[in-house]
Design a binder for this molecule. Structure first.
Ligand code: FAD
Length: 419
């Protein structure tokens, strides 16, 4: 009953077992330690941007979709969240928010944040609606967001932004199969996909890997019981099986898990390529606490060196090779498609899902930027630079994928106990 995912991955010389070992034993513990630090736990995001594509409603009704702001004050600048907060018991603001040290750390840290070197202006950072969110207070988990609204987002991502030719008639993708049952549409979809160039296939696989990771997280931190005095979150094996078991998904589940591993390889490779930038003396991880900053930089460098020690890295030069003009056009197409997907995140009606969706697409966008930018050995004008928001998004994004891979091992063990 375990979803079978093993052996070599397509389009790269790496196998699932090597990734499992490397991630679970080496990378995962280091990432977890880093993600607990003030520098990486506060993420600046604008959760109030209107959906640019259609009129979307609001999922304030779902309690588990609420995002707890970092400080009680930031609720003032965010009226939608304010409404959501009020719909919850006001006393629900986490006790740690009231801790003086957390507030002080945030205050010092925002002061230094503006000094960070910037590659480009990101709307989210400059818009007055943007606020810092404490990611540790808002874990990615089951929220109850589902049905036509959630499907509309996934459909729009796969159907309109994964390079589908307009001439192909629906049903095209697994999305158009009814419910979770995958069938004819799925076969037609894969035939189409196999005909695509390696870059477009890779693009689809990254998005599908991200989708798989979200499905793993919501299954691993499922709402198991909801009593008035306590909510209990934990792994839901049948939810996991319904999404990934080969029989229950007509073979789709294991393919999606393989896409998750592919996404891991891409983000891991980007971490390695970020190493020269992070090593630079000017790159400080400001939190306003110099000793802590120094320790964090050491921890981050240690993580990046660990990432570099992986022997089976994805070779990004296999993408966008060939004819220069065509490669440049393809790269621009991929860039625009990805930009569009990040905009779709503003249409996600569940704020918690929107938060993690935005963070993970920004993390992946940063990984793509790193992989396809020049290295610091190039002339200064084309040097790769990263700002704080990009680095925080990248490290958290790979943190999510790394956790998913670790969760897979837990599910394998739970499934083995069941049989
Ligand atoms: P869905 O996951 O909605 O999938 C729809 C269809 O897509 C499936 O029927 C299948 O045909 C196809 N599909 C499924 N997985 C893949 C894949 N990996 N690759 C390719 N095709 C696939 N819910 C939460 O509880 N917590 C969250 O944090 C959360 N975050 C979300 C973030 C975003 C950006 C979005 C759009 C949704 C989020 N959701 C979250 C909702 C969640 O993803 C599902 O939509 C929801 O649980 C309903 O699941 P479903 O079984 O209907 O299938």
């Amino acid at each position: 009953v375990c979803p079978q995912v093993s052996g070599e991955l397509d389009d790269c010389h790496c196998d699932v077992e090597s990734i499992d070992r490397f991630n679970n034993e080496l990378l995962f513990p280091k990432l977890q330690a880093l993600l607990q630090t003030d520098y990486f736990r506060f993420y600046k995001v604008n959760l109030n941007k209107p959906c640019p594509f259609w009129t979307s409603g609001s999922h304030c009704g779902l309690r588990d979709c609420t995002v707890k702001p970092c400080s009680p004050y930031s609720a003032e600048v965010n009226s939608e969240l304010d409404k959501c907060e009020k719909s919850e018991a006001l006393g629900a603001v986490d006790v740690s928010l009231r801790s003086v040290s957390t507030r002080e750390a945030l205050k010092n840290w925002t002061k230094h944040d503006d000094e960070a070197q910037r590659f480009c202006l990101l709307d989210d950072e400059w818009c007055p609606d943007s606020q810092y969110v404490d990611l540790l207070l808002n874990p990615e988990r089951f929220t109850g967001y589902k049905g036509p609204e959630a499907w509309k987002i996934w459909t729009s991502i796969y159907e309109e932004n994964c390079f589908k030719p307009f001439t192909v008639k629906r049903p095209l993708s697994p999305l158009y199969s009814s419910g979770r049952s995958e069938g004819e549409g799925s076969r037609a979809f894969y035939t189409w996909l196999e005909g695509q160039c390696v870059e477009k296939r890779a693009f689809y696989r990254l998005i599908s890997g991200l989708h798989a990771s979200i499905s793993i997280h919501l299954s691993a931190r499922y709402l198991l019981s909801d009593e008035w005095f306590e909510k209990r979150w934990g792994p839901n094996v049948s939810e996991f099986r319904s999404r990934f078991d080969s029989e229950l998904t007509q073979g789709e589940g294991p393919k999606r898990l393989r896409n998750l591993y592919f996404l891991f390889l891409i983000e891991l490779r980007a971490l390695v390529k970020a190493l020269p930038v992070v090593k630079e003396g000017s790159f400080k991880l400001f939190t306003g606490q110099p000793q802590e900053d120094c320790r964090n930089k050491e921890r981050l460098l240690d993580l990046l060196h660990t990432a570099r020690s992986f022997p089976l890295h994805f070779n990004e030069t296999s993408l966008f090779a060939g004819d220069e003009t065509e490669a440049a056009k393809l790269k621009e197409d991929v860039r625009l498609a990805f930009m569009n997907i990040s905009r779709i995140m503003d249409c996600v009606e569940c704020f918690k899902c929107r938060l993690w969706g935005k963070l993970q697409t920004q993390g992946l966008g940063t990984a793509l930027k790193i992989l396809f930018s020049e290295l610091p050995s190039s002339p200064p004008s084309s040097r790769l630079t990263l700002n704080r928001q990009e680095l925080v998004a990248l490290v958290n994004a790979i943190g999510r994928i790394s956790t998913s891979i670790k969760e897979l091992q837990n599910f394998r063990e739970l499934l083995a106990e069941d049989t």
